[in-house]
Design a protein around this ligand. Sequence first.
Ligand code: GCB
Length: 599
Amino acid sequence: MKKAFLFFIVLVLFTGEELLGQVNLIQNVSARKTLSLDGVWDSQVDIVGVGSLGRFGLVQDRKPTKFVYNGDNPRNTELVEQDMDVAEKINVPGDWNTQKEKLFLYEGNLWYRKKFSIAPQPNKRYFIYFGAVNYEATVYLNGVRIGQHKGGFTPFQFEITKELKNGENKLLVNANNTRGDDNIPTKIADWWNYGGITRSVSLVEVSETYISDYFIQLDKGKLSEIKGWVRVSGSQKSQAVNVEIPELGLKQSVQTDTSGYAELNLSSKKIQHWSPENPKMYEVILSSANDNVKDKIGFRTIETRGTEILLNGKPIFLKGAAIHEEAPFRTGRCYSEADARTLLTWAKELGSNYVRLAHYPHNEAMTRMADEMGLLVWSEVPIYWNVKFEKPEVYASAEKQLLENISRDKNRASVILWSVANETNESEPRLAFLKKLLEKTKAVDPTRLTTAALLAKEGKSEFSLEDPLGEFVDVMGCNEYIGWYTLPAELAPTIKWTSKYNKPLIMSEFGAEAIAGLHGSPDEIWTEEYQNRIFENQVKMLNNIPFLRGTSVWALMDFRSPLRLLPIKQDFFNRKGLVSDAGIKKMAFFTLKNWYQTK
Ligand code: GCB
């Protein structure tokens, strides 16, 4: 009884907007006044964590080793065994593994330092904003510890108004990518644990009171009603905010309440709806007494009706590919618009109208480019395989990553699905954990659909969707590898698919490995012909699933993975791409492309 009451209180206390407020991210950082801190940084590998142990020293009976948290070695008269001024250089953004050969297999601590100059202005506030650091980041400015963040794929920020100096400033970051059982993701994942400051870093300047966040989308199922909210942060929380969409002749003035919050409602019958065929976006301008911010937002609705997925009220089949954030041509983590454009262009050439951004939030360039190019997006957090579902601290980390992801991308028309898990085994703690995450997702964003990549109950002639989590998602995802891990490829067309739930299914993964350019008979594993044979049979099976409403082939491009050891054939690459990392399209690419033309 007591527990139930407490749960109720929690639900009442936090609205969706307040939940997002907990992760505290400035919306649309690239539209603000920023100083980019990207470029060359100083760097120091620290295998045992000398820097973190700091002044306490490492050896009891000797003089403690000093580590100075701005990286300087101030005088040559005392023992300070570290000096960032003469340390090696490293580029930000970018993983360390592919920048320095000796760090290719490195997992641990690496110190980064950047010196920058600024003249802070009165009545302004300053934030340091990181696109992502994998996995844990501890940040110091001018020797003062500013904060810490865990989670390798989501943005975070710290306010530094007090610590910022006029003139030269020293920013020191410890990045640690040590894998952990209680992390999200856990120790074992089928992708490379690229470490470091993998995305851009910027210093953001805003007014003392500023427009910190907004959510502007079509109301669920309503094609002419724009709904949302705006949040103002600072000392003057209650003030007038104007929202304008000039092209639609729309304008609304709202007064934020004492907490800085106001709801938005704008209505127009003239909206051209965003879709893959017409990815129309509108300039949206928000302004207050001291601030203004512009965004480009597309308006579309997404719903389900029985087993249908409806985009702007009309049934759609999602033709797609799953993509890792692996850089084409050079390997390593992607971070740039150019990387995003290459990958999404291949997806388009395949005939896709949809992409699954696997298995973690990708950088913002991806979702912004998907908006621009007209690709629908499945966005997910790395709740992958054997997560410690029974641990509250693991739940807290998962929820935080989910909220950070939604907070950043909630105004992207391309994003239609929030996924909470990939291939997780059924158990009570898992169901409770994921159900709670799905509820939070709906609370913060009632406009989009929820999903998870589930596993079917696999028989010899029937595959059935009966995972209890299916009851709580809007759309079921399912990963299957008939022809590769299970059953001969030729059996695929004979498999009957059934479902306990009257819901749409996206085959979120299916595929097989092949080495680009390796040819042989369709029975010879690792050849393009072998992979292609599996696709030919898969397609026959997929055509017969009555409630199938989308597919994302695994995967668009080959990607690096610590699980793929086979020398010569894999060499630490999962070769299930339809395109190799060098950009070579395999036979299966064209088989799937032909099939997508029929859908
Ligand atoms: C899966 C996983 C994916 C793997 C893939 C594979 O089911 O979701 O992350 O990479 O299989 O290639 O085995």
